[in-house]
Write a protein that binds this ligand. Sequence first.
Ligand code: WTA
Length: 629
Amino acid sequence: MRQTEPDVYRPDPAIAASSHVPDADSLREQALADPVGFWADRAEELEWFQKWDTVLDDSEAPFYKWFTGGRTNIVHNCIDRHLTGPNKNKLAFIWMGENGRDHLTFSYFSLNRQVNMMANIIKSMGVVKGDRVTIYLPRIPEVLFAMLACAKIGAVHSVIFAGFSADALASRIDDSESKLVITADGSWVNGKVFPLKDIVDQAVRFSPTVENVIVVRRTHNEVEMDALRDHWYDDLKALPIAKGKCPTEPMDAEDPLFILYTSGSTGKPKAILHTHGGYMVGTYSTLKYTFDIRPEDRWWCTADPGWITGHSYLVYGPTLNGATSFMFEGGPTYPYPNRWWQLIEHYGITSFYTAPTAIRSLMRFGDAWPNRHDLSSLRLLGSVGEPINPEAWQWFHRVVGKGQCPIMDTWWQTETGMFQITQVPGEVQKPGSAGKPFFGQDVEILNEEGEPVSDGDEGFLVLKNPAPAMLRTLYKDDQRYIDTYWSKYPGKYLTGDSARSDSDGYIWIIGRTDDVIKVSGHRLGTAEVESALVSHPAVSEAAAIGLPHEVKGNAIHAYVVLRVGYEPGQELGESLRQHVSQHLSPIAKPDDVQFVDKLPKTRSGKIMRRVLKARAQGLDEGDLSTLDD
Ligand code: WTA
């Protein structure tokens, strides 16, 4: 299918002129001619305890290494280096609670104090450099402190989104062999308490590695405390051990910073591994250029720290840039659908980065809600997580940005750690296109045989060259890393997305080509949903697919074969939906469960989800020659 000429938005030339990148085309050309030089220059803008010997070591490709021989710590650049200059008393974080009353601010100076305290406490629990720590917290300031404190002492954090079930949490804790879990009594979700500590109790009951659990008090619900294992954070803070400075551990550039579990095409989530040096340089520069970070900005990334967007652009990227970042505990529509607009007005947010699903859900409430608020502080908008449909783009641009704010559509992944395809504020934007490869990066769109497709044709999106913030491997699973990303087209990184490009080099993302579904911007694997379903006693086999949904982008539809003795019915369907919600996550709850006698499979027994998908949409089922029956 060929792209008809889309609407094109040409920002006021003054925007480019006053930005970090006045001439994007020439920087793109220059960086692409010498990516290693480009990244070395970016790395020079940050502080290193010892300078690197080699910018890019590709001797063991695809295990690329960046800034080898260099020593730093990302926290030195996120916090320590700001303490000796004008940023010392600048606000690093502004936080607002869901109830609209709890409000805290942290300058870089006070952020440092909080991080030191958390780091001292974590250390006192016997956690040393290289140990893994699981963080299972809501959007409260302690999640920021915990992540930065782990990084500061060289521990590897594994943040689990606080909407995952006990089963999901337990398997991630076990896989990472965490010694310590940091959680809260509960989290606020639309005025109700979600019992985080109970979930942790269930998850760690049989965990062989967890020695301690730190509990932050947030919701004041009753929780059970194990006298030996569990500790109130408030009590720990009062101990002498919590006081005083904690040194920032010098790290090799390639030392691990965190692992983050994400969904892939099997039931076992992938543990994406990122490092101190390259991830630091990548997130710092992509945020600086793409969102033209300026000292006076107030940046708001609405993502949860439990996802990569929260890691890179709520916690690390903004602090690396010495920016002021806002974090809100709640969601966009509670108690009313003006919540976000009210916060933008109240805090004078200048740059607002969110997901298409949120934009679409807010758009449904009409223009009156945003129009009640003065949103004139905004100068830039951003979108991430899934393709933004042109209607949502236009609404975001016209109603939220008052036609004045460029929209940065950023395409990237947990694996890439940083923006890979995007634009800078002064560039021409095409609503629905993610733009062009970031400086120094190159992409290709290939057919099955590995040949580039023509402009306008759909193909597999691959990255042609490594980038500093790209995953180093899958934790404890080098082979799966090679198989998943580097085998289909040797030497090129397979993104798992399909896309097309136009004659101006703009990339249009179409969607996933594997068994990953983006539901409301959240990344879920069909296999995880299926294994949650078959853990129910009534279910013999299950298949999950994503079908287009007006607000969520995709919605999960499940097909279930029952065990003998169980009868299909509405009630059973509902209890299966609840079962997935409880055993995986509420975000994974299928919209719909259908009972079938059998599932379409290949002769080798693989479920043909594409056949289910085509049938559900009334489309051509394609080649059925491998179908067993
Ligand atoms: C999708 C989120 C279109 C894509 C940062 C990718 C997007 C997957 C965009 C990664 C975008 C992300 N336009 N699609 N701007 N951003 N995606 O790991 O399918 O949660 O492969 O990282 O989200 O999801 P993940």
